[in-house]
Ligand binder design. Structure first.
Ligand SMILES: NC(=O)C1=CN([C@@H]2O[C@H](COP(=O)(O)OP(=O)(O)OC[C@H]3O[C@@H](n4cnc5c(N)ncnc54)[C@H](OP(=O)(O)O)[C@@H]3O)[C@@H](O)[C@H]2O)C=CC1
Ligand SMILES: O=C1O[C@H](COP(=O)(O)O)[C@@H](O)[C@H](O)[C@H]1O
Length: 477
């Protein structure tokens, strides 16, 4: 994690190949991120973006107008001149990503770009496509020798989550990628790791002596990590029907946050050392020994079945799991992971509730890392209310990114793409981490699958199913 690396301009001539350029991710995250990187001068001078479409090349115009709409909706500036510059870097190609023959056309196009600039470009293959076609796409890239690195010019493959849909399929995917790409070429994306507030977790924990001294079972009572969304599945029916909330978000993003919050200090703030400690922590996460219903719950918002046109759907749009860590420093500290769609508010945060070791029962001290929105860290303390009496009440001490730092925080996907070009694997998941995450949740996945468990229904815009609220409350008492 190089200091101020985000201020650099990358110089490697690069061709970024986006599979799934017409998809939701490309429109709402990737192209807006490229726009920002371009606007702030962080892209290499020699950059080409190859956008792969299944259908008409007119799709590029549609995507560009969608990017504009998305950015304006997010209250971000969208300068038509920069958008036009971005568009000028994009070369659309229509191909069937599962048809081998089409990859020879793609290869010719990429070679053509190298000839045009008289320099071999590093190539980044970004799979913004449904997980069901990861394997055939990777195999086709391999068969067309688009994986081969010559003269130290990089070939990298970027794979979106979810990486598999259970332990067996994740193993299978890892094995099939390994037959075509080497570990240094593989980047498994977990965009939560690239969020500024998440990157700060290790600094916050290990470079503040006060925090470091209380960050263990003696100081901490319980931890609640949540990614609550107001949005519903936004038309992503096929995608969501094949996964559900546990696999979409909890298996990846939330377990990664848990690892960062509880892992031991790395020997150095560099990729290998950080991954080593994260992996050790993930390996120590254990499910409680109680029946699964007592520590895991799932729900489905009302109207979901109509939306996905499947009256029988048992896919969850909400999931909550209580876990523990089998390490002496964390013994007895429950951790609740919770995520859901169509809830009453958006809140991605990590709440750390401190132990009242002296049983003075004067109110809780809670530290909340606000991942989004309103990025920052808040400490809840007890204070005396001003006046002649001795009443007390909870107050907050706040650190807000908006006021503490000048300039804008790079969005997660800006960081992902920046690191893609720079070739920095720190903020990506390793295969061991991915497998450890699936292994933790496998008993829940099996039970929900084998027992045909029906998700509890909840109203859109509510705080989730009653069973979930019960699990949340079980750690607070
Ligand atoms: N959307 C999001 O917020 C996030 C998504 N992701 C991940 O990104 C990936 C893509 O998600 P998302 O963009 O939402 O999905 P979409 O369904 O919106 O888009 C998928 C893209 O893949 C193309 N595609 C679909 N099926 C095929 C096929 N059989 N052969 C070739 N191309 C195909 C689509 O083309 P066409 O338009 O022609 O159908 C489209 O361009 C997933 O792995 C998802 O988990 C990760 C984080 C956030
Ligand atoms: O990975 C995913 O993340 C988004 C939420 O991302 P955020 O950065 O806005 O928190 C989620 O909506 C989507 O279902 C999931 O695939």
């Amino acid at each position: 994690m190089g200091s101020n690396s985000h201020l650099q301009t990358l110089s490697n001539p690069t061709t970024l190949v986006i599979f799934g350029a017409s998809g939701n991710l490309a429109q709402i995250k990737l192209f807006p991120a490229l726009y920002e990187l371009l606007a702030y001068g962080h892209l290499p001078e020699r950059l080409s973006i190859v956008a792969i479409f299944r259908q008409s090349s007119a799709a590029l115009d549609t995507v560009m107008s969608q990017v504009e709409v998305t950015m304006l909706r997010q209250h971000r500036e969208c300068d038509p001149a920069i958008l036009a510059r971005l568009k000028s870097l994009i070369r659309p190609i229509i191909m069937d990503s599962t048809n081998q023959e089409d990859y020879y056309r793609l290869r010719d196009m990429l070679d053509g770009i190298d000839h045009e600039f008289s320099v071999a470009h590093q190539r980044i293959f970004y799979l913004a496509i449904p997980p069901s076609i990861f394997k055939p796409v990777i195999a086709c890239l391999g068969a067309a020798e688009l994986n081969k690195e010559y003269d130290g010019v990089a070939r990298r493959i970027f794979i979106e989550k979810p990486f598999g849909s259970d332990l067996a399929s994740a193993r299978d995917l890892i094995d099939s990628i390994k037959t075509h790409f080497e570990e240094h070429q593989i980047y498994r994306i977990d965009h939560y790791l690239a969020k500024e507030t998440v990157q700060n977790i290790l600094t916050f924990r290990f470079q503040n002596p006060l925090i470091r001294s209380i960050w263990n079972r003696d100081g901490i009572d319980y931890i609640h990590i949540r990614a609550l969304e107001k949005i519903d599945i936004e038309g992503r029916s096929d995608f969501y029907e094949s996964l559900g909330a546990l696999r979409d978000l909890l298996q990846s993003h939330l377990l990664q946050l848990m690892a960062l919050i509880m892992m031991d200090a790395p020997t150095a703030m560099e990729s290998h050392a950080i991954h080593e400690q994260k992996n050790a922590l993930l390996g120590a996460i254990k499910l409680p020994t109680e029946p699964i219903d007592e520590f895991a719950n799932r729900g489905q918002y009302q109207g979901y079945r109509e939306e996905v046109n499947n009256p029988e759907s048992q896919v969850e749009t909400y999931a909550i799991v209580k876990l523990g860590v089998d390490l002496p420093e964390w013994h007895g500290v429950p951790v609740v992971l919770e995520t859901g769609k169509a809830l009453d508010h958006k809140d991605t945060s990590i709440e750390v509730v401190f132990r009242d070791r002296h049983n003075i029962d004067s109110g809780r001290n809670t530290l909340t890392i606000h991942v989004q929105p309103d990025e920052g860290i808040e400490l809840q303390l007890t204070a005396k209310s001003p006046g002649f009496g001795y009443e007390t009440r909870p107050v907050s001490m706040n650190f807000s990114y908006n006021t503490a730092f000048e300039g804008k925080n790079p969005e997660a996907y800006e960081r992902v793409l920046f690191d893609a070009i720079a070739g920095d694997q720190t903020l990506f998941s390793t295969s061991a981490e991915v497998l450890a995450c699936w292994e933790i949740l496998e008993p829940i996945i099996q039970t929900w699958r084998n027992h045909n468990s029906i998700p509890e229904s909840y109203t859109k815009g509510s705080e989730g199913p009653v069973g979930g609220i019960g699990i949340r409350k079980s750690v607070t008492t």
